[in-house]
Design a protein around this ligand. Structure first.
Ligand SMILES: [Zn+2]
Length: 156
């Protein structure tokens, strides 16, 4: 596998595994930070879905649930609102980003079906198949333009 850029390496360490949604959470957080600009000050984040994306957002923005600066509201979207003392921006994953992440999810659902009854060799083979897809997918999520993955919903 290719080594991830430093920010994503930190996200996977925090998160405990490599996956599309933690990576996309990182992209959301980084995009929102870019829009707010450097030295934005104390930040408050609201994310609309309890997914792996939260660890990516936390690592990219410095906001965290433990410190009350990252709040989850569960409205089924994939939108991050990031607010500084001076401005706020809401960014959302594009349907393209969600479709790419969804293809990995479907592969896992198919391969993990009946997992405990599989022979260990078969488990190893299937895990390698899932890893191979991550090796192909994650570098795209690290490197493609923001506009492919993230759209700005609103700002003020
Ligand atoms: Zn995950």
């Amino acid at each position: 596998m290719t080594e991830p850029p430093e920010i994503f390496a930190r996200i996977y360490t925090r998160h405990g595994h490599r996956c599309p949604m933690s990576t996309l959470g990182g992209r959301l957080g980084l995009a929102a930070m870019t829009w707010l600009g450097e030295n934005a000050g104390e930040l408050q984040a609201v994310y609309s879905n309890r997914t792996c994306a939260l660890d990516g957002i936390a690592e990219a923005t410095g906001c965290s649930e433990e410190h009350g600066s990252l709040v989850v509201k569960s409205d089924g979207r994939h939108a991050l609102m990031l607010t500084s003392p001076h401005a706020s921006v809401e960014v959302e994953l594009t349907s393209e980003a969600l479709a790419m992440a969804g293809r990995y999810r479907s592969l896992c659902n198919r391969l993990e079906n009946g997992w405990d009854d599989l022979h260990v060799d078969e488990q190893t083979r299937r895990r390698a198949e899932m890893d191979a897809m991550l090796d192909e997918l994650l570098p795209q999520f690290w490197h493609v333009e923001d506009s492919q993955l993230v759209q700005k919903v609103k700002s003020k």
